[in-house]
Design a protein around this ligand. Structure first.
Ligand code: FES
Ligand code: FE2
Length: 338
């Protein structure tokens, strides 16, 4: 798991004022909360007194109160009250803290920083065209594999005709030669703008000739941006490591077409079915990975996976050396048949 990077934490809509929400991220217990003035915070979900999860407590005023003995913490993780102490007890509350994590909230998403400092020098991922708008659809699934397998699955063109074969996406057995151009970006690579592939029926619904751009960035963020005439559609998939054996994959979608908003209830079963296909195959893969197979990345269909590992190695190397990250990739064209 990479350090010194922003991970997708949770969708804004899941952290209402006055609520505490538990998540496990990078093997750490995290509690997300929102103060009465709307600021989001993230603390280690583990009371430093006897270890009760803070998420099992409540927010009183702008402070988190533990469910066990009522110790209180502010949003920076500083202890502000221990109710069992008599007034002149000399305990120094200033020495009692629970770890807090920097967070950033934009476009209906809350990002959490794992690493040194506060992440101010590195931008959290952003979706084009949507302004500050929150996604119209958020759908999260846990895949029983580590983040590397989840990311490799996300940027893997070759699984599409096998795993996502369905009447509304593409016809069974239909394959065409594809050629895509790639260019490095600050934290990853972009499949540069191209016309939507004519064997994906769903793109035709957008009207006009859709132009598609797909961006991939560390630690495991894929943004698909489709523009057709005045309309756009944006999809973000964010992989967040839960722990070594599990990855939360959150799919978020934004669009400009009012008719699609009206059709949203009808679209949801398709979204669930499409992502359920990925989940089913990850469950099968997890069974096979128990035998610790030697794995291979082969040919141009697996080139993006190779780039992911190269970017990751370079990120780790530059972080360890305290140097700025330099993207090691160069522009190139890849060909495959899907
Ligand atoms: S365990 Fe949290 S206050 Fe005691
Ligand atoms: Fe897939």
């Amino acid at each position: 798991m990479l350090r010194n990077i922003w991970y997708f934490g949770i969708a804004s809509r899941d952290v209402a004022v006055g609520r505490l929400v538990h998540r496990e991220i990078c093997g750490q217990p995290i509690v997300f909360g929102r103060t009465s003035t709307g600021e989001v915070f993230a603390l280690r979900d583990n009371c430093p007194h006897r270890g009760a999860p803070l998420s099992a407590g409540r927010i009183r005023g702008d402070e988190v109160e533990c469910c066990y003995h009522g110790w209180k913490f502010d949003r920076h993780g500083c202890c502000t009250a221990i109710p069992a102490l008599v007034e002149d007890d000399p305990v120094d509350l200033g020495k009692i803290t629970v770890a807090s994590f920097p967070v950033r909230e934009r476009q209906g998403m809350i990002w959490i920083w794992f690493g040194d400092g506060d992440g101010a020098d590195i931008a959290a991922p952003e979706v084009p065209d949507v302004g500050e708008g929150a996604p119209q659809i958020v759908h999260a699934l846990e895949f029983p594999v580590n983040i590397d397998h989840a990311v490799v699955g996300l940027i893997d063109p070759a699984h599409t005709p096998h795993v996502h074969e369905s009447w509304w996406w593409r016809r069974p057995g239909e394959r065409r030669d594809k050629e895509k151009h790639f260019a490095p970006s600050p934290l990853g690579f972009d499949m540069t703008s191209h016309r939507a592939s004519s064997n994906s029926k769903i793109y035709r619904l957008l009207g006009g000739t859709p132009e598609v751009q797909i961006a991939f960035a560390l630690p495991g963020i894929r943004i698909e941006h489709i523009r057709a005439g005045k309309n756009f559609y944006c999809g973000m998939t964010a992989c967040t490591p839960v722990n070594e054996n599990c990855t939360l994959t959150t799919h978020m979608m934004w669009w400009s077409m009012p008719w699609l908003t009206l059709l949203k209830p009808l679209a949801m079963p398709f979204v669930r079915s499409f992502l359920g296909q990925d989940q089913a195959v990850f469950e099968k893969q997890a069974q096979g990975l128990r035998w610790d197979p030697a794995l291979r990345l082969t040919g141009q269909p697996d080139q993006q996976a190779k780039w992911y590992f190269r970017l990751k190695n370079e990120w780790e190397r530059s972080t360890a050396a305290g140097k700025p990250f330099q993207n090691p990739l160069t522009e190139t064209t890849l060909r495959w048949r899907t």
